[in-house]
Every structure is written in structure tokens, then in C-alpha cells.
Design a protein around this ligand. Structure first.
Ligand SMILES: [Zn+2]
Length: 152
């Protein structure tokens, strides 16, 4: 298995500490390098900038805001050409120390809840956001262009 050099940059973090300090982590990644996205991303060239910011919800409960922005090359389900899907998403996630708190918060709040009793992997959080954001059946808007470079 090939490891990419930027994979070494991923370091898990204490989400509660980030929330309390209102800290921020940022990074950049190639979506094709994410294992759960690899079969949907068509080759190289995609780029996603991300940030994870410590925050709180309106009731003061600790939270993180995961923001992603960039472009992900996917396969158009109509012409099988490449369609570059822009992503720009910001999601507030409440923190839960354990399963019981996760269930309680999930019932009490409209926000999503993330188990944060153990250190979190920022890249896995970004991958989750991308999985939720990207369309399952991507298509070119309007007409599909003839596939460039398709030789006979
Ligand atoms: Zn198309």
C-alpha cells in the first residue's frame, strides 16, 4: 500500500480542547487519496481546503465547525466524462464524550453530533463531510460535452 507524503501530516486532536480555546486547524488534501472516496474520485487534480474550528452552539455546548472548500473530479453518470464538482460546506458538530451523551444530544439538538471522547482524526472528519456533500449521481449541468481525447 502506497502512502502519500501528506498523509504523515494528519495528527489527531482533542476536540474539547479545540472548542474551549476556539482554536483552528487547517489543511489541504487530494480527495483521491481518501480511502472511502477513492472509487468515486476520477484520478488526480482535485483539491480540498479544510478547516476545523473550535466553537459552541447557541446553548454554549462545545462544538467544532468543519468547513471544506474546493473541487472534486467525479464521473458524470450520463456521459462518463469528468465532471468537477465544487464543494463549499460548513457544518457545526456538537461533541459527545460517550454513547449516552451522543444519544441525548442527538435528541436534544438539530445539530449533528460527533463522538469526541477520544482524539479525532481531522482527515476522517473532512472525509465524512465530503461523503455527505458529494452527489451520488454527478452529472454535467445542461448538455454533456463530447468526451475530449476519446480516440476511435
Ligand atoms: Zn456528462
Amino acid at each position: 500500500m502506497q502512502r502519500r507524503s501528506h498523509a504523515a501530516a494528519r495528527e489527531s486532536f482533542d476536540a474539547y480542547r479545540l472548542a474551549a480555546s476556539r482554536g483552528e486547524l487547517t489543511g489541504e488534501l487530494d480527495p483521491a487519496a481518501l480511502p472511502r472516496l477513492a472509487d468515486r474520485v476520477t484520478g488526480e487534480g482535485g483539491q480540498v481546503r479544510w478547516s476545523i474550528r473550535g466553537d459552541a452552539d447557541a446553548e454554549g455546548r462545545p462544538a467544532i465547525v468543519v468547513a471544506i472548500e474546493g473541487a472534486v473530479p467525479l464521473t458524470c453518470q450520463r456521459c462518463l466524462g469528468v465532471v468537477v464538482e465544487p464543494v463549499a460546506q460548513s457544518t457545526l458538530l456538537l461533541l459527545a464524550r460517550d454513547e449516552a451523551e451522543l444519544v441525548r444530544l442527538d435528541e436534544a439538538s438539530e445539530h449533528e453530533v460527533v463522538p469526541a471522547g477520544a482524539p479525532l482524526d481531522p482527515v476522517a472528519l473532512v472525509e465524512d463531510e465530503l461523503l455527505l456533500t458529494l452527489p451520488f449521481a454527478p452529472r454535467h449541468e445542461g448538455e454533456c460535452a463530447p468526451v475530449a481525447g476519446a480516440s476511435a
